[in-house]
Design a protein around this ligand. Structure first.
Ligand SMILES: NC(=O)c1ccc[n+]([C@@H]2O[C@H](COP(=O)([O-])OP(=O)(O)OC[C@H]3O[C@@H](n4cnc5c(N)ncnc54)[C@H](OP(=O)(O)O)[C@@H]3O)[C@@H](O)[C@H]2O)c1
Length: 287
């Protein structure tokens, strides 16, 4: 095992201290001893901070994001669980009350200053998985809108939240991911972003467009970051019963089942999967 540079410095300091002590220079050796203890304390604090695998999840207050918090907490991970409105995140706050390794942070992924400020606050924290989950999903009205009734504000918001937001979070936290063991960025994509697997019908205009844009952003980013050993994967979670409408869809999965399967897929990822679009069973998705 290789000794860390901090350990080498520590040995030197203690050696110096002993020499000064031996020569009766107590006034020099005491401050050195104090500095040494502070170094040891700070080194162990940093170690403690980086001991557990860590995930940062956007949109962690409900649905798939909240279920990832639950299941990764059961695996004893440190979880930076972000939500737009932590005060309203009752279930998430309930989980955090029982588990000091769930850290709740406010984050709207469209607020780039807030994203940068959060990245700065956690600058010493390696992040093993950056889980880009937050999204603006379709409502019954926006899902069915056609050319004459498309709401362009919803279109702009969809691209801000679902494509630019995850890309901005990736930019801000890239160094944290590179500093980790697993170095994974997992984006919750959707079959709606696929030209082939998505519904072949004039529905979900804005949502489909924004998930296709997300896929292209991260697929392109995967070429840039592979030299740093980062694995970026776009993951379709299946149709997941996170709201009453989705629960009625044929084949809808329970949220817990989808997340459990996605975690198995994430566990098995290798750098060869970088830039791929896959589903909750690990099967390849067509672009
Ligand atoms: N459920 C499915 O069947 C399905 C299928 C395919 C793909 N997906 C994808 O899987 C992911 C999770 O799906 P879900 O069903 O769990 O979604 P959901 O229940 O609609 O939850 C969406 C989450 O995103 C957050 N969010 C929305 N806008 C945000 C913003 N500007 N900044 C930060 N957070 C924001 C929401 O926060 P608020 O509570 O504050 O609104 C909420 O926490 C999404 O990316 C979705 O597109 C889901």
């Amino acid at each position: 095992m290789q000794a860390s540079p901090a350990f080498g410095h520590l040995i030197c300091l203690v050696g110096l201290c002993l020499i000064f002590w031996h020569h009766g220079l107590m006034n020099i050796s005491v401050p050195i001893l104090v500095a040494t203890s502070m170094m040891i304390a700070s080194a162990s604090a940093t170690k403690a901070m980086n001991d557990k695998p860590t995930v940062l999840i956007t949109g962690a207050n409900r649905g798939i994001g909240l279920e990832f918090v639950r299941q990764l907490a059961d695996r004893d991970w440190r979880i930076i669980a972000t939500a737009r409105s932590p005060d309203d995140a009752v279930e998430l706050r309930g989980l955090a009350t029982e588990n000091p390794d769930i850290l709740i942070e406010q984050l709207d992924v469209t607020d780039h200053k807030q994203v940068d400020a959060l990245a700065e606050r956690y600058k010493n924290q390696a992040i093993d998985i950056l889980l880009l989950n937050a999204a603006l999903g379709p409502t019954p009205k926006t899902a069915m809108s056609q050319l004459a009734t498309l709401d362009w504000e919803v279109g702009r918001q969809s691209i801000e939240v679902n494509a630019i937001g995850p890309m901005k979070v990736s930019q801000a936290f890239m160094e944290h991911v590179q500093a980790s063991q697993k170095k994974q960025i997992i984006a919750m994509s959707s079959d709606s972003g696929s030209f082939v697997a998505g519904s072949q019908a004039p529905i979900l205009y804005h949502y489909k467009m924004s998930k296709a844009a997300l896929n292209m952003y991260l697929h392109t980013l995967a070429f840039e970051t592979r030299k740093h050993g980062v694995t970026i994967v776009m993951l379709h979670p299946g149709i997941v019963a996170t709201n009453p409408g989705l629960s009625k869809m044929p084949g809808a999965l329970k949220t817990a089942d989808s997340v459990a399967q996605m975690l198995t897929v994430i566990d098995g990822l290798t750098p060869e999967d970088n830039g791929h679009f896959i589903d909750y069973r690990g099967e390849s998705m067509p672009w």
